[in-house]
Design a binder for this molecule. Structure first.
Ligand SMILES: CC/C=C\C/C=C\C/C=C\C/C=C\C/C=C\C/C=C\CCC(=O)SCCNC(=O)CCNC(=O)[C@H](O)C(C)(C)COP(=O)(O)OP(=O)(O)OC[C@H]1O[C@@H](n2cnc3c(N)ncnc32)[C@H](O)[C@@H]1OP(=O)(O)O
Ligand code: FAD
Length: 645
């Protein structure tokens, strides 16, 4: 099963080898539980481990394999980030996709060798979503052939970029490019921020950390201001866009090619989110098979809480989602790599499809992941609320994905633009022009679903029902938009009046895609035992998801209430059928205890003694009487007692 999850036996077994190798190297392990460390201690500890990784990486992994490096990082550094997180996630991808060969020679090779540390500085105090209104300006000075970077007001301060505050000495900075008074929109520049020897900020640069956040606190998200700060013309990233010495602007082959670092993260983060969801479910499912409370049969001993149907309903549909997300994530990465290669040859035709797909997936997957993790925390009762479970940290890190790389409701609108165009083609009788991701929009619907109307309903009937729902909502929402425009609203105003419905269409389209990705993968499985278990999980998934969106199919009679009852019964049937495999389904992700960092999620199930040991190790328990008691509580009680006398 691990080979299914990790798209092949080769990487699944490499993960095992890497984990086994690390188990023998105590210097790579956390020196104490992360929840007991201050933010400063965590950053120091993470930097220590990062240095070890840099030194010994070649003995443990093939550093050219992104997935091996990712696994090494998960084991050693964990999810709370590290001082070079953005260096790998965005700085290197930005240089790879946007720097010319000459620029790559100069900077990318140094970045890969870790001679310099970089980040991606785009978001500002006043603007994150609306990139066209960023306020940092890069004005071209023809005389000196330099760009002058400037922060004209407080809202123009870069704000949020990861590792900008304290760790990075370079950044790919996004600024509005002005040449001879003309605004050429957001462009990307390579900018030195700190002296390479002293690490002191360079003259003209104001820089620092933005303070603690909900989670992800090992990362020093930062602020950055420029005071008429000069960089050479050749620091504009010039793989696709160019500015000649005389200020002539040479257009890229696609207007949004500079957004590639964002598309990179959106493509990879689907897998990252699936893994975080699986972390939380591993912890909650294992704990639920250790925790005994209450009875189902009063003549029998207390049961494991995993026997309760409510607990199964809380956890198993999310287990199915984690599988669905990891399968969809693998497809997304493949498409991303293909588009990256095609763009190199000047073919930008798939950029819009990739952008639409990743915008939708990023939004739906992060939202459902956060919901699933929160349910996993509640499934652990009181102990879920303790940081010993580590689920609160996983939640905090994962939920950040709803905001970064484009706020979810904004990114759903990006997919909606694509869907509306496609709906326009359908309306114009040009369905043959629809791309493969939206071809279903042009198909004719059956009048009713055949779920429960055939002897053994296959997945095709479910897929058709999801297609019907997504098609109906897309065409309806587009019609609403067109209707407002026909009545005289501008497109923008009409769009704003239709966005809730448009975003619903985007979600339904994306949920259909996720179901289809799951079906595609299960169809490929050859081993009959694996196929049976994955088919059960997929059946749980389609019934659960369909029930969740059934209102759309009930309102036009595509599904009847008796079919809905059938879907419910199927759901309960598969909850019970999956129960014996539940622990194996989470164990199949093969997370080591080191990687999970959870007392509740331990593989050996020895939860209670380890919770007690963990509590005893709390810094508060170093002394029996705290200074706060000596200084305040004792005098308070003493004066209360004295006044009674
Ligand atoms: C195999 C697995 C191995 C290992 C790895 C596994 C997992 C882990 C890996 C990865 C990392 C995971 C986590 C990372 C951790 C931490 C966080 C790190 C970083 C966070 C960083 C950031 O947040 S960076 C800042 C991000 N900011 C944003 O996302 C801003 C959002 N805003 C925008 O993107 C844009 O402003 C916009 C798209 C909303 C609007 O842009 P604009 O105004 O310019 O455009 P229009 O709306 O007018 O649209 C015009 C047309 O352009 C099309 N368009 C827009 N963008 C694109 C694009 N990128 N590509 C193609 N086309 C695009 C748009 O669709 C319009 O087209 P039309 O045809 O409709 O006109
Ligand atoms: C953990 C974390 C890490 C980050 N790392 C980086 C980084 O490394 N580099 C970097 O540059 N940035 C980074 N960011 C910033 C991040 O990318 C932005 O915060 C994000 O893109 C959202 O933009 P915003 O903050 O401007 O939200 P806003 O746009 O202000 O969103 C506020 C609300 O307005 C709504 N809204 C905004 N525009 C529209 C619209 N057109 N239609 C309808 N509703 C709208 C949103 O849906 C939301 O409800 C990070 C953020 C976080 C949380």
């Amino acid at each position: 099963m691990a080979a299914q999850i990790y798209s092949g036996e080769k990487y699944a077994s490499r993960r095992r080898e890497i984990s086994a190798n690390l188990a023998k190297r105590p210097e790579f392990h956390d020196s104490k539980p992360l929840p007991f460390m201050t933010r400063e201690e965590k950053i120091l500890e993470s930097s220590r481990k990062l240095t070890l990784i840099s030194k010994h990486m070649n003995e443990i992994i093939d550093p050219s394999d992104k997935r091996e490096l990712y696994h090494l990082n998960c084991e050693v550094l964990g999810i709370e980030g590290n001082p070079m997180a953005l260096h790998g996630d965005m700085f290197i991808p930005a240089l790879t996709a946007q720097a010319s060969d000459e620029q790559q020679e100069k900077w990318l090779s140094r970045a890969l060798r870790r001679e310099i540390i970089g980040t991606y500085a785009q978001t500002e105090l006043g603007h994150g979503t609306n990139l066209r209104k960023l306020e940092t300006i890069a004005t071209y000075d023809v005389d000196t052939q330099e760009f002058v970077l400037h922060t004209p007001q407080i809202t123009a301060l870069k704000w949020w970029p990861g590792n900008l505050g304290k760790s990075s000495n370079y950044a790919v900075v996004v600024a509005l490019m002005i040449i001879k008074g003309k605004n050429y929109g957001p462009q990307t520049f390579m900018v030195p921020l700190r002296d390479e020897k002293t690490h002191q900020p360079l003259k003209g640069i104001t820089i620092g950390d933005i303070g603690p956040k909900l989670a992800y606190n090992i990362v020093d998200n930062g602020f950055l201001g420029f005071d008429h700060y000069r960089i050479p013309r050749t620091n504009l990233l010039m793989r696709h866009t160019r500015v000649e010495p005389d200020g002539t602007f040479v257009k890229p082959p696609h207007a949004k090619i500079n957004y590639s670092a964002m598309v990179h993260v959106r493509s990879y983060m689907i897998t990252g989110q699936a893994i975080m969801l699986a972390y939380a479910l591993t912890i909650a499912t294992r704990y639920s098979s250790v925790r005994r409370q209450g009875q189902i049969d009063t003549t029998q001993p207390e049961v494991k809480v995993l026997e309760y149907q409510t607990q199964q309903h809380r956890l198993f549909p999310s287990i199915a989602r984690a599988y669905a997300f990891v399968f969809a994530g693998a497809e997304t990465v493949r498409l991303y790599e293909r588009v990256l290669q095609e763009v190199e040859t000047g073919n930008v035709s798939l950029m819009a499809d990739l952008h639409a797909l990743t915008s939708g997936l990023k939004s739906v997957v992060t939202h459902q992941t956060a919901q699933g993790i929160e349910q996993a925390r509640m499934a652990c009762g009181g102990h879920g609320y303790s940081q010993a479970s580590y689920i609160s940290e996983i939640f905090g890190v994962a939920v950040g994905g709803c905001t970064y790389e484009g706020e979810n409701l904004v990114m759903l609108q990006q997919l909606a633009r694509y869907l509306v165009k496609s709906a326009g083609l359908v309306q114009a009788g040009q369905s043959s022009k629809l791309g493969p991701l939206v071809a279903y929009l042009g198909a004719k619907s059956d009048s009713t679903s055949l779920i429960d109307r055939t002897p053994t309903p296959g997945f095709a009937e479910y897929v058709k029902t999801f297609q019907h729902i997504a098609r109906k909502q897309t065409l309806k929402a587009a019609q609403k938009l067109f209707g407002f425009m026909e009545k005289g609203d501008t497109r923008e105003v009409a769009w704003n009046k239709s966005t809730v419905e448009l975003n619903r269409a985007s979600r339904l389209h994306t949920r259909l895609y996720i179901v289809e990705a799951f079906v595609r993968r299960v169809e490929e499985v050859a081993d009959p035992r694996l196929k049976e278990v994955l088919t059960d999980l997929l059946r749980l998934h389609v019934n659960y998801e369909l029930l969740d969106v059934a209102a759309y199919a009930l309102e036009d009679g595509f599904l009847s209430s008796s079919q809905l009852d059938y879907i419910r019964e199927q759901l309960y049937f598969y909850l019970a059928k999956i129960r014996p495999n539940a622990v194996s389904l989470v164990d199949s992700w093969e997370f080591s205890d080191r990687e999970l960092r959870s007392v509740l999620g331990r593989r050996d199930g020895n939860v209670y003694e380890n919770l007690f040991a963990w509590a005893k190790a709390s810094p508060l328990n170093k002394t029996d009487v705290l200074p706060s008691v000596d200084k305040y509580l004792k005098p308070l009680m003493e004066s209360a007692r004295a006044s009674k006398l």
